[in-house]
Design a protein around this ligand. Structure first.
Ligand code: ADP
Ligand code: MG
Length: 560
């Protein structure tokens, strides 16, 4: 969407054409692709739900209809805005319907030719057999405008968050202590902590530590603050497909530069897939066995498999590293530990374990899967993530880190601490009685979150009040399963979302994820960098709570 956040308060209807953005001569910057994920919910859940609703469907006409170029008059003036406000450039809902059809057609061809694909939810085999029953990934037709200053801010904190995760992960007592109440009431977290305890008992040292993270943000409309939604340390998805969306949008802007006066170079380079692959390859190299493989731990059915295959392809083609894909059950059945701690699965030594499963209770169908998780943790393979990195990404730890003086335990640099703290939204434990009462009175201002990943688990609106009153009545300590978070209200923008080949005009909100890659071996930090991004855009009316609605698409950003 050429225009992004278009809150009525800041949307300028000025029809002045900004010369630089009307330029038809800006060189198209060819890019390797890469980045992002799109995930208001887990990839899987998202893919299951994203097609459910549809609103205003634009009836496809002939894709070959004549184009009526958008005049420069459609371009909103940008230079008069207050610093940091969001400046819409083109309102996608103003684009001539014939041009929309043309853009949509070309976008669909591009997705098909370039592997911006997911398994079709209407097919049984699409989650298990690659190459059959594929459909284009749900995408926004045009990029979403996003303030450059906030983009830079999100990129700047990525390495600081990486370092923070590493340091917190090394403080086993902090993790155990912070999650001790949660452990009593949340069986899933309790199982993870059990594995963590076992590793502490045997003094298991992870010398090579690999983090592939994604920190997610929403831009709060009222305060203009970029606030962190969460920090993902396990299975940060869509690095493979997200970066393709940036390329798709750049390609469309280039092709239609006379119809849509946007500069393709304002879409930042997004190299997430290759950067993730590079970090995995370097970890593999540090492990030091040229015959060993990288193992992707996957769900038995995965319609988001192409996102993962992009990483495998990059590993194979750019780094000559072999990957294998195994479910937790397969690892339990086929895996063994050799005397020196080498993990061998199906006869192959494993150097690096990359989790794209194992973050949700539903991934652990029986004791077999838990056995596999323990086996991997006991091994000397590099785990991405290790159990302690995984726990560091829990919502309870996010809330603990936001308490006064806690960041200071882990980081020395005051500037770094201030930069991270600036992104923290209000976060509370439910035993903070003032907040508990306030949330009952004003539930719309809070989100209640259990210790879960993958989308669809949060509680919003009136349900917050009900849930809190229920917990109060029970008084069993089950409040420790949740945290409370300030509800963030981002701008609402006009967008066109592509689903199942059809463009839909929608009012949307967006969430920016910035990837980070981190690798260290003992005291040496080998990689610590921002590693691409993922914009996800969803229908603003979808129950913000839960994602359950999951009406999100992959998007890119257009810097303004
Ligand atoms: P999960 O681990 O399930 O992805 P998140 O914390 O990312 O959990 O929440 C899921 C989704 O809920 C987010 O992608 C976002 O759309 C919405 N959400 C989460 N926290 C907030 C918040 N504080 N304010 C507004 N929306 C939120
Ligand atoms: Mg999330």
């Amino acid at each position: 969407m050429g225009s992004g956040y278009s809150s009525p308060s800041i949307l300028q209807s000025s029809s002045t054409c900004l010369p630089s953005y009307c330029s038809t001569t800006s060189p198209f910057q060819s890019q390797e692709s890469q980045t992002n994920s799109l995930n208001f919910c887990s990839p899987t859940r998202f893919l299951e739900t994203h097609l459910r609703k549809s609103s205003k469907i634009l009836i496809p006409r002939s894709p070959f209809s004549a184009i009526s170029p958008l005049k420069c008059a459609k371009v909103h003036k940008m230079e008069t805005q207050v610093e940091d406000s969001v400046k819409p450039i083109v309102d996608p809902h103003d684009i001539d319907p014939k041009l929309v059809q043309k853009l949509a057609y070309d976008a669909l061809v591009w997705c098909s030719l370039n592997g911006l694909l997911v398994g079709d939810r209407n097919s049984k085999r699409s989650g298990t057999v690659p190459g059959v029953d594929m459909v284009h990934a749900p995408v926004a037709l045009l990029p979403m405008s996003f303030p450059e200053s906030h983009w830079k801010q999100a990129c700047e904190v990525a390495p600081i968050f990486n370092e923070l995760v590493d340091r917190v992960s090394q403080d086993g007592e902090f993790l155990q202590q912070s999650l001790s109440r949660t452990k009593k009431v949340d069986p899933f977290t309790s199982r993870l902590l059990e594995i963590h305890s076992k590793m502490l008992e045997i003094n298991k040292i992870e010398e090579i530590r690999l983090g592939l993270h994604r920190s997610d943000y929403m831009l709060d409309e009222q305060t203009k603050l970029l606030l962190q939604i969460e920090l993902n340390t396990i299975s940060s998805s869509f690095s493979g497909l997200g970066c393709l969306v940036s390329e798709l949008h750049r390609s469309l802007l280039q092709q239609y530069r006379e119809g849509i006066a946007l500069d393709p170079n304002r879409i930042p380079t997004n190299n997430a897939a290759n950067q993730f692959a590079e970090a995995l390859a370097k970890a593999w190299n540090e492990y030091g066995d040229p015959r060993a493989v990288i193992m992707f731990v996957v769900q038995a059915e995965e319609r988001n498999m192409y996102d993962q295959h992009w990483l495998s392809a990059s590993l194979r083609e750019r780094h000559q590293v072999t990957t294998i894909r195994k479910t937790l059950a397969e690892i339990d059945a086929l895996g063994e530990l050799q005397q020196d701690g080498t993990l061998v699965v199906d006869g192959q030594a494993v150097a690096v374990i990359y989790f794209r499963a194992g973050y949700a209770p539903s991934d652990y169908h029986s004791e077999s899967e838990w056995g596999a998780r323990l086996l991997m943790e006991q091994s000397r393979a590099v785990k991405c993530p290790s159990i302690s990195y995984h726990l560091t990404g829990t919502k309870k730890i996010q809330q603990e880190l936001a308490k006064p003086n806690v960041l200071e335990r882990f980081l020395e640099n005051k500037d770094d601490i201030a930069k991270l703290r600036k992104c923290f939204a209000g976060l509370w434990s439910l035993d903070e009685s003032d907040t508990f009462k306030d949330a009952i009175e004003k539930p719309g201002l809070y989100v209640m979150k259990p210790q879960r990943e993958g989308g669809g688990n949060n509680i919003y609106g009136e349900d917050v009040r009900e849930a809190l009153l229920k917990l109060q009545k029970e008084g069993t300590g089950s409040d420790a399963a949740y945290i409370l978070m300030q509800r963030i209200f981002p701008n609402i923008s006009n967008s066109i979302l592509m689903r199942e080949g059809i463009p839909h005009k929608e009012q949307t909100i967006s969430e920016l994820g910035v990837y980070g890659s981190y690798l260290r071996n003992k005291n040496e930090v080998l990689i610590n960098q921002q590693a691409g991004y993922l914009m996800r855009t969803k229908v603003s009316s979808s129950n913000e709570g839960g994602v359950a609605a999951g009406f999100a698409v992959l998007d890119s950003i257009y810097l303004v």
